[in-house]
Write a protein that binds this ligand. Sequence first.
Ligand SMILES: [Zn+2]
Length: 247
Amino acid sequence: MERVVMADDMKLHILSSGVMECDQTWLLLKGGTTIMDRSHKNSPPSWADCPTHAVLIEHPEGRVLWDTGVPRDWATRWEPTGFQEFFPVKEDPSGSGYLDSALAELELKPDDIDILILSHLHFDHAANAKMFDNGKTRIIASSDEIEGVKGIAGAFQGAHLVSDFDGLNLESVSGDAEILPGVSVIATPGHTWGTMSLQVDLPNDGTKIFTSDAVYLGARGAAGGRCRHCVGQPEVARVRREAARHC
Ligand SMILES: [Zn+2]
Protein backbone atom coordinates (compact mmCIF):
# COMPACT_ATOMS: atom_id res chain seq x y z
CA MET A 1 0.00 0.00 0.00
CA GLU A 2 1.35 3.42 -0.86
CA ARG A 3 0.29 6.98 -1.34
CA VAL A 4 1.81 9.16 -4.02
CA VAL A 5 2.24 12.92 -4.18
CA MET A 6 3.24 14.25 -7.56
CA ALA A 7 5.23 17.35 -8.31
CA ASP A 8 6.74 18.74 -11.47
CA ASP A 9 10.09 17.08 -11.02
CA MET A 10 9.77 15.09 -7.82
CA LYS A 11 7.54 12.18 -6.91
CA LEU A 12 7.01 11.27 -3.28
CA HIS A 13 5.75 7.84 -2.17
CA ILE A 14 4.78 6.91 1.36
CA LEU A 15 5.47 3.20 1.75
CA SER A 16 4.16 0.85 4.38
CA SER A 17 7.17 -0.88 5.96
CA GLY A 18 5.48 -3.10 8.54
CA VAL A 19 2.87 -2.74 11.25
CA MET A 20 3.64 -3.59 14.84
CA GLU A 21 1.16 -3.93 17.64
CA CYS A 22 1.78 -2.59 21.11
CA ASP A 23 0.30 -1.27 24.30
CA GLN A 24 -0.57 2.23 23.17
CA THR A 25 0.42 3.68 26.51
CA TRP A 26 3.99 3.05 25.42
CA LEU A 27 3.55 5.73 22.79
CA LEU A 28 1.77 8.09 25.15
CA LEU A 29 3.58 7.37 28.40
CA LYS A 30 2.13 8.88 31.50
CA GLY A 31 3.41 8.54 35.02
CA GLY A 32 2.31 5.30 36.69
CA THR A 33 1.42 3.58 33.44
CA THR A 34 2.95 0.19 32.82
CA ILE A 35 3.43 -1.49 29.48
CA MET A 36 1.54 -4.72 28.68
CA ASP A 37 2.81 -7.63 26.59
CA ARG A 38 0.85 -9.56 23.95
CA SER A 39 -0.52 -12.10 26.37
CA HIS A 40 -2.37 -9.22 28.07
CA LYS A 41 -3.84 -7.58 24.98
CA ASN A 42 -7.16 -6.84 26.62
CA SER A 43 -5.94 -5.69 29.97
CA PRO A 44 -6.02 -2.74 29.69
CA PRO A 45 -7.77 -2.53 26.27
CA SER A 46 -5.24 -0.18 24.77
CA TRP A 47 -3.48 -2.68 22.49
CA ALA A 48 -3.17 -0.87 19.18
CA ASP A 49 -1.54 -0.88 15.77
CA CYS A 50 1.81 0.87 15.59
CA PRO A 51 2.53 1.26 11.87
CA THR A 52 5.92 2.08 10.42
CA HIS A 53 6.46 3.82 7.13
CA ALA A 54 9.21 4.79 4.76
CA VAL A 55 9.27 7.69 2.34
CA LEU A 56 10.63 7.34 -1.17
CA ILE A 57 11.49 10.48 -3.10
CA GLU A 58 12.14 10.13 -6.79
CA HIS A 59 14.27 13.21 -7.36
CA PRO A 60 15.93 14.38 -10.57
CA GLU A 61 19.30 13.84 -8.87
CA GLY A 62 18.52 10.39 -7.49
CA ARG A 63 16.22 8.25 -5.37
CA VAL A 64 16.11 9.06 -1.68
CA LEU A 65 14.63 6.72 0.93
CA TRP A 66 13.72 7.80 4.44
CA ASP A 67 13.77 5.03 7.07
CA THR A 68 13.39 1.28 6.63
CA GLY A 69 10.68 -0.01 9.00
CA VAL A 70 10.76 -3.38 10.74
CA PRO A 71 12.58 -6.57 9.67
CA ARG A 72 11.07 -9.84 8.47
CA ASP A 73 13.05 -11.78 11.11
CA TRP A 74 11.76 -9.63 13.96
CA ALA A 75 10.72 -12.64 16.08
CA THR A 76 14.30 -13.89 16.37
CA ARG A 77 16.26 -10.70 15.85
CA TRP A 78 14.52 -8.97 18.72
CA GLU A 79 14.92 -11.87 21.14
CA PRO A 80 17.88 -10.30 23.00
CA THR A 81 15.71 -7.29 23.77
CA GLY A 82 12.35 -8.91 24.51
CA PHE A 83 10.73 -6.46 22.06
CA GLN A 84 9.08 -9.33 20.16
CA GLU A 85 6.70 -9.68 23.10
CA PHE A 86 5.90 -5.98 23.40
CA PHE A 87 5.99 -4.94 19.74
CA PRO A 88 5.04 -8.05 17.71
CA VAL A 89 4.77 -7.37 13.99
CA LYS A 90 1.40 -8.19 12.42
CA GLU A 91 2.78 -8.91 8.97
CA ASP A 92 3.37 -12.47 7.81
CA PRO A 93 7.19 -12.85 7.88
CA SER A 94 7.09 -14.19 4.33
CA GLY A 95 4.33 -11.85 3.15
CA SER A 96 4.24 -8.53 1.37
CA GLY A 97 4.05 -6.17 4.34
CA TYR A 98 7.72 -5.22 4.51
CA LEU A 99 9.95 -2.62 2.88
CA ASP A 100 11.52 -4.88 0.27
CA SER A 101 8.04 -5.78 -1.02
CA ALA A 102 6.96 -2.13 -1.07
CA LEU A 103 10.02 -1.30 -3.17
CA ALA A 104 9.42 -4.31 -5.42
CA GLU A 105 5.89 -3.08 -6.10
CA LEU A 106 7.57 -0.04 -7.63
CA GLU A 107 9.95 -2.35 -9.49
CA LEU A 108 12.83 -1.19 -7.33
CA LYS A 109 15.59 -3.06 -5.56
CA PRO A 110 17.66 -1.74 -2.65
CA ASP A 111 20.58 -0.87 -4.93
CA ASP A 112 18.27 1.37 -6.96
CA ILE A 113 18.27 3.72 -3.94
CA ASP A 114 20.96 6.39 -4.14
CA ILE A 115 20.59 7.84 -0.64
CA LEU A 116 19.09 6.25 2.47
CA ILE A 117 18.45 8.65 5.34
CA LEU A 118 17.84 7.13 8.78
CA SER A 119 15.77 9.36 11.06
CA HIS A 120 17.44 7.57 13.98
CA LEU A 121 18.86 4.13 14.67
CA HIS A 122 16.02 2.51 16.63
CA PHE A 123 15.00 -1.10 15.89
CA ASP A 124 11.90 -0.05 13.93
CA HIS A 125 13.66 2.52 11.70
CA ALA A 126 17.16 1.19 10.99
CA ALA A 127 16.33 -2.52 10.96
CA ASN A 128 16.66 -2.97 7.21
CA ALA A 129 19.59 -0.58 6.72
CA LYS A 130 21.99 -3.42 5.93
CA MET A 131 19.82 -4.27 2.94
CA PHE A 132 21.36 -1.13 1.40
CA ASP A 133 24.98 -1.97 2.24
CA ASN A 134 25.80 -2.45 -1.42
CA GLY A 135 28.70 -0.06 -1.99
CA LYS A 136 26.45 2.29 -3.93
CA THR A 137 23.73 3.57 -1.63
CA ARG A 138 24.86 6.41 0.65
CA ILE A 139 23.49 5.80 4.16
CA ILE A 140 23.08 8.98 6.19
CA ALA A 141 22.40 9.47 9.90
CA SER A 142 22.88 12.29 12.36
CA SER A 143 26.41 12.76 13.72
CA ASP A 144 24.94 12.92 17.23
CA GLU A 145 23.18 9.58 16.70
CA ILE A 146 26.33 7.97 15.32
CA GLU A 147 28.34 9.24 18.30
CA GLY A 148 25.60 8.18 20.72
CA VAL A 149 25.47 4.56 19.65
CA LYS A 150 29.26 4.27 20.03
CA GLY A 151 28.65 4.36 23.77
CA ILE A 152 26.43 1.26 23.78
CA ALA A 153 28.30 -1.47 25.64
CA GLY A 154 26.25 -4.61 24.91
CA ALA A 155 24.02 -5.98 22.15
CA PHE A 156 21.38 -3.32 22.71
CA GLN A 157 20.48 -0.29 24.74
CA GLY A 158 16.85 0.71 24.95
CA ALA A 159 15.50 0.47 21.41
CA HIS A 160 18.93 0.62 19.78
CA LEU A 161 19.86 -2.87 18.57
CA VAL A 162 23.54 -2.80 17.62
CA SER A 163 23.30 -5.59 15.03
CA ASP A 164 20.98 -3.37 12.97
CA PHE A 165 23.76 -0.91 12.15
CA ASP A 166 27.17 -2.19 13.27
CA GLY A 167 29.71 -2.29 10.46
CA LEU A 168 27.70 0.03 8.24
CA ASN A 169 29.57 2.89 6.60
CA LEU A 170 27.30 5.63 7.93
CA GLU A 171 27.71 9.11 6.52
CA SER A 172 27.04 11.79 9.13
CA VAL A 173 25.16 15.07 8.91
CA SER A 174 25.11 17.75 11.60
CA GLY A 175 22.18 20.00 12.41
CA ASP A 176 19.88 21.05 9.61
CA ALA A 177 21.17 20.08 6.20
CA GLU A 178 20.00 20.04 2.61
CA ILE A 179 20.59 16.57 1.18
CA LEU A 180 19.37 17.37 -2.34
CA PRO A 181 17.62 20.52 -3.58
CA GLY A 182 14.21 20.52 -1.87
CA VAL A 183 15.06 17.58 0.42
CA SER A 184 16.42 18.49 3.85
CA VAL A 185 16.84 17.03 7.30
CA ILE A 186 15.88 19.01 10.39
CA ALA A 187 17.60 18.27 13.69
CA THR A 188 14.86 17.27 16.15
CA PRO A 189 16.74 15.49 18.96
CA GLY A 190 15.15 14.37 22.19
CA HIS A 191 13.60 11.02 21.30
CA THR A 192 17.21 9.88 20.76
CA TRP A 193 20.56 11.67 20.62
CA GLY A 194 20.16 12.64 17.00
CA THR A 195 16.60 12.04 15.81
CA MET A 196 15.99 13.96 12.60
CA SER A 197 12.87 14.99 10.72
CA LEU A 198 12.59 15.16 6.94
CA GLN A 199 11.45 18.20 5.01
CA VAL A 200 10.46 17.86 1.37
CA ASP A 201 9.59 21.00 -0.58
CA LEU A 202 7.32 20.00 -3.44
CA PRO A 203 6.94 22.72 -6.07
CA ASN A 204 3.19 22.27 -6.49
CA ASP A 205 2.11 20.52 -3.32
CA GLY A 206 3.93 22.56 -0.69
CA THR A 207 6.23 21.44 2.06
CA LYS A 208 5.85 18.07 3.76
CA ILE A 209 7.53 17.38 7.09
CA PHE A 210 7.98 13.82 8.34
CA THR A 211 8.72 13.98 12.04
CA SER A 212 9.70 10.36 12.69
CA ASP A 213 9.28 9.55 16.40
CA ALA A 214 9.51 13.19 17.45
CA VAL A 215 5.76 13.27 16.84
CA TYR A 216 5.18 11.08 19.87
CA LEU A 217 6.81 13.67 22.06
CA GLY A 218 4.14 16.10 20.94
CA ALA A 219 1.40 13.58 21.70
CA ARG A 220 2.78 13.11 25.18
CA GLY A 221 2.86 16.82 25.71
CA ALA A 222 -0.72 17.21 24.55
CA ALA A 223 -1.80 14.49 26.99
CA GLY A 224 -0.07 16.26 29.83
CA GLY A 225 2.33 13.39 30.17
CA ARG A 226 6.03 13.49 30.74
CA CYS A 227 8.48 11.63 28.58
CA ARG A 228 10.79 9.62 30.77
CA HIS A 229 13.58 9.04 28.33
CA CYS A 230 13.58 12.36 26.55
CA VAL A 231 15.27 15.56 27.56
CA GLY A 232 12.57 18.02 26.65
CA GLN A 233 10.29 19.23 23.94
CA PRO A 234 11.91 22.21 22.22
CA GLU A 235 12.42 19.94 19.22
CA VAL A 236 8.67 19.46 18.86
CA ALA A 237 8.11 23.20 19.06
CA ARG A 238 10.65 23.53 16.33
CA VAL A 239 8.90 21.01 14.08
CA ARG A 240 5.63 22.76 14.75
CA ARG A 241 7.14 26.14 13.88
CA GLU A 242 8.49 24.71 10.64
CA ALA A 243 5.15 23.10 9.85
CA ALA A 244 3.25 26.31 10.58
CA ARG A 245 5.63 28.32 8.47
CA HIS A 246 5.41 26.07 5.44
CA CYS A 247 1.99 24.38 5.43
ZN1 LIG B 1 12.38 5.60 17.95
